[in-house]
Design a binder for this molecule. Sequence first.
Ligand code: GLC
Length: 722
Amino acid sequence: MTKEQLLDLIAQMTLEEKVAQLLQLTANFHEGTDSESQITGPMEEMGLTEGMVSASGSVLGLSGAQTVIDVQKSYLSKSRLGIPLMFMADVVHGFKTIFPIPLAIGSSWDTELAEKSAEIAAKESAVAGIHVTFAPMVDLVRDPRWGRVMETTGEDPYLNSLFSRAFVRGYQGDLKDPDRLAACVKHFAAYGAPEGGRDYNTVDMSERNLREYYLPAYRAAVEEGVEMVMTSFNTVDGIPASGNEKLMRGILRDEWNFDGVLISDWASIHEMIAHGAAEDDCEAAYRAIRAGVDIEMMTPCYVHHLPALVQSGKVDEAMIDEAVLRILQLKDKLGLFENPLRAADPEREREVVFCEEHRQVSYELATKSIVLLKNENHVLPLAQDKKVALIGPFAQSEDILGWWSCEGVKEDATKLGTALEERLQAGNLVMAEGSGVHSITPEQVEEALQAAQQSDIIVLALGEESAMSGEGGSRTDIRLPEAQLALVKHLKQVGKPLAVVLFNGRPLDLHGVFDEADAVVEAWFPGSEGGAAIADILIGKVNPSARLTMSFPQSVGQVPVYYNRFNTGRPLDPKKNEERYVSKYIDSPNEPLLPFGYGLSYTTFEYSDLRVSSEEMTAELPLTISVQVKNIGVLAGVETVQLYIRDISGDVVRPLRELKGYVKLELAPGETGKAVFTLSEEQLRYHHSDLSFKSDPGKFQLFVGSNSRDTLTQSFRLAASN
Ligand code: GLC
């Protein structure tokens, strides 16, 4: 439909019908759905009329081709103007074929495969009747106490922006293709920086810090054409995001020219009352509509109060029309006026959803997302003739999909024990639980010790339950549960090689595990094919290549700890640790246990011959940087060569490291490759104290290496532009 046709349609709508288009409800408000919808937030008595429900513009958490077809037909049969219902859901890392959690996908540093995973998620969702996904979540994070770090790709704005774009491309493609979804970037803005790492808590930072680190990945999604943005629960500079005009109208719409749909998070408009930014739902509605929030998710502030606010003249009806137009434009882009059922198709649903081809991509992405954190004495990969004791609460766990596993079925997940049994020689695997996630009994310990004693090597599968991260899953103690640490101690006594596999949704405090183990494999929540992916890495069929995108702290006492930190005026010189009056702890190193970009391989890569094309670059003349990388091991492997810079002196202090690029080199044993980077003046720009975004002439350092810590370095200058 043309804009004029949509405007004509709006002109035919009553004020109540317009306002109802702004209301989003869960599935159970719509007849024909006996399925318990995904309740992902507080449900409250909403006092809705039948008219409000039957005219509500969109529904969340409802899927299943036949159910969607039935609901849409029933809905349209009661729709005076034939405006179709829009179906939205949280397809965050897969619909039924579940991919590794985004923090794992980020560790792959593979944006192409990330895009492919989103495309597959879109296809499975579309045939099941979904039109819009509440993804990608691109909140930058620096605090592993926060449960939702599992949902993001990490602590770096540049890498998060690359993944943000990749996910939007994967979900949306060309929306004329009914097998795609409109994407919704979230949570705008800076939801990942709550004080204390406590979910929904206050976010307070300078606008400069917000723009420099927290906004780039949302902006990248907008530039990539994302159709929807979701407001965040938190305050930004003292104002809840859902009523924050400066953030929503000033930055998102006016500065970034976003003209898509802005949706609240669940109840976040109503929650302005609890925040103390509205006395009642009427004031909350007023602030939200003025901020440009188009859809209210699961609270009735708009439907109960906007008509009266318009009739009283406090809100111009044009503001309502603007919101309705954006919603109808999205429905039109999705082709819903021509075909309200879009791709919903029970037959195709049976063929496409959770098909072998999709699971294979999930497996491949999982193998590229699993990080080898330690491997002393080449304990891994497991030798074929070795007897293996697989012990721990995650040895045969199906809880490996993660918190946002949408329609994923845990029972369908490939378990580690089953996968290892298929891969090891008959009789070479013995399994024992050893402990629960939170509990341990003498009988479990005894069984584990027996299994360990009759084996050559112990593989210990430990971790967090998926409910220990995700929304509402913040922790103050980010170690493994005591019961599992006790199991490590028991098994350490056996004196055999000990390899630990971790299933978790956040960087952990690895006290009681990392030093005790000979090898540590970070599997995150690896998705539907996770067990197979981990097993193939353990036996060496796949050489691990993933790299951390969020620092692992020594302990929660260090948090927040992140790689792109400032130097301070009294930096600690690690060679002079006895100095007192420097920025340090007296009971811990400053450095994280494992830095951003870190990850091991079964082979070894040697860096040499770092070269820069010139000692001075200009806006017109970028720098070319190259380094030789040699595989000096006996196995082929993939190395992610990382380029960082440091601006030695700026208008404001600048980070010790900033990721500016990376190159993946696949090298056979003995092979030497060359990584080449181009560094432009634009990449040296940053937000100055007056918020201007530009580079400064002066001295820079560059660093190239396998992570943000272990690098070769060179200096260069940026000349003043003439
Ligand atoms: C939740 C989450 C948001 C999700 C929404 C709908 O509270 O914050 O990420 O998309 O509600 O389920």
